[in-house]
Unconditional design. Structure first.
Length: 138
């Protein structure tokens, strides 16, 4: 459903050009604009989020608290440049998603995942919350 079909649903206007919408119109708007809303509230930018999701698949949920990884390992695994890996690691460290577990600046650091956020669960919970708030309005 595109923006034009959304605008077709909002067709009632008063003589003062005030827009009148129903709950159904707001539900359609939530469905239509959910992804931009989510991207606005997400801590990570889209490239870092994509990198983190790949990193989680690589590490695995079972042993994410103990499985260490380093930048070289990620560079080889994801076929990215050193600068791309450094940028993503820096962003993830700043937001608290990963932390340094061992190593030094000269030799290199080993990292572990600190927070395993369930992106799909969070999206579903956010969508449910928006719909519940709309239901409580009437």
């Amino acid at each position: 459903m595109g923006i034009y079909s959304f605008l077709e649903h909002i067709h009632r206007m008063t003589w003062r050009l005030n827009l009148i919408v129903d709950k159904e119109d707001i539900i359609i708007a939530i469905e239509l604009f959910f992804t931009p809303i989510f991207l606005k509230i997400d801590d990570l930018d889209s490239s870092t989020r994509q990198f983190f999701e790949k990193l989680k698949m690589f590490i695995g949920k079972e042993n994410y608290k103990t499985r260490e990884f380093n930048q070289f390992e990620l560079k080889c695994r994801f076929n990215k440049s050193k600068s791309q890996i450094c940028k993503c690691i820096y962003n993830l460290r700043q937001q608290g998603y990963i932390k340094i577990s061992s190593g030094t600046a000269n030799i290199g650091y080993n990292y572990i995942i600190r927070t395993w956020d369930e992106l799909e669960n969070f999206k579903n919970k956010l969508k449910r919350t928006l719909i519940e708030q709309l239901a409580s309005i009437s």
